[in-house]
Unconditional design. Structure first.
Length: 307
């Protein structure tokens, strides 16, 4: 099944630091690297490296040539990407000694979508396939409604969380992908262990993937709950680990794998991702993930069914 990802594309300016900057502080970084990123682009690369057919759509700016090249060289269909005047999406990312990051995002052309452009994208994509979305583009509520109206299942990663997510009709979403912070905000600040039950009471037909960072992930699908832990790996850079998880998990779901297998695949892929620097470039190939699973080199935990 082909995937339409109408999502952000960012140039990531990644600075190596000992510790994150504090308010009012100025300090020298230990290095600067430029990477292709954006939750949209990263998830397209993860989905295509996992083995899906992916069409990426969206707007790049005058500085977006490297983003287009990166998607093309990975085999993503880029016919629905337009280059428009203006500065494209970009970030300033600090990566500390522990491999953690903090990200300052500039939306740029990612946020210049119009209703006409969105309609044109859906017309060109057609009515077969699934839609993958994140919250780094504008007009997201309209995109979700359009996908649903056209009969396309919607996988929505509600990240980064902001006011636009509360304008979206989540009853039109088939799969919601959130981390614990996003999940709690959507579920009205309940305790973490109640996120899934609160959201599933509100949206009974929605499946939910809740990622918990270094504690693994929980999934609620068709009334069943599955949990998985993490592999222990030395983190180099956690950027795009969540995006890798989403892209690989979606591959599993679209290929009809049982949920525990989807979770193991996504867990192994994101473990390989955190061992490498960068965003899109750190997403592993499916052959690398399969090898790690077959050889047991990552010690990927088994997913457990709860309840
Ligand atoms: O999820 C990681 C991504 O978030 C980075 O590549 C950055 O561009 C931001 O969008």
């Amino acid at each position: 099944m082909k995937i339409l990802n109408l999502g952000s594309m960012n140039v990531d300016n990644v600075y190596q630091v000992d510790e994150f900057l504090l308010p009012g502080e100025t300090k020298l970084s230990q290095g600067l690297s430029l990477f292709c990123g954006g939750k949209g682009l990263n998830q397209s690369i993860a989905a295509v490296r996992a083995g899906n057919e992916v069409w990426h759509a969206g707007l790049i700016g005058e500085d977006g040539g490297m983003l287009l090249d990166k998607l093309k060289e990975n085999g993503v269909n880029t016919s629905l990407i337009r280059q428009v005047p203006g500065k494209g999406g970009h970030t300033v990312i600090q990566v500390n000694r522990q491999g953690q990051n903090c990200i300052l995002l500039y939306g740029g052309t990612n946020r210049m979508l119009t209703h006409e452009i969105i309609d044109g994208i859906f017309d060109a994509f057609g009515s077969e396939g699934a839609v993958l979305l994140q919250n780094e583009i504008n007009l997201l509520p309209y995109v979700i409604e359009t996908a649903h109206r056209r009969g396309l299942p919607v996988f929505f990663n509600a990240a980064p969380m902001d006011a636009q997510v509360s304008e979206c009709d989540l009853s039109l979403v088939d799969w919601l992908i959130v981390n614990e912070v996003e999940g709690r905000q959507l579920a009205g600040d309940c305790p973490e262990e109640e996120i899934l039950s609160v959201l599933s009471r509100q949206y009974p037909s929605m499946s939910i993937l809740l990622t918990l960072g270094s504690r693994g992930a929980v999934c609620l699908h068709q009334g069943e709950r599955h949990t998985i832990g993490v592999c222990s790996v030395q983190a180099v850079d956690t950027t795009a680990a969540g995006d890798t998880f989403s892209g690989y998990f979606m591959y599993g779901v679209l290929h009809g794998l049982p949920i525990p297998d989807c979770l193991r695949l996504a867990t192994a892929a994101s473990a390989l991702c955190v061992g490498r620097a960068g965003a899109a470039d750190s997403v592993p190939l499916k052959s690398e993930v399969d090898q790690a699973l077959a050889q047991g080199s990552l010690e990927v935990p088994l997913a457990r069914r709860e309840g």
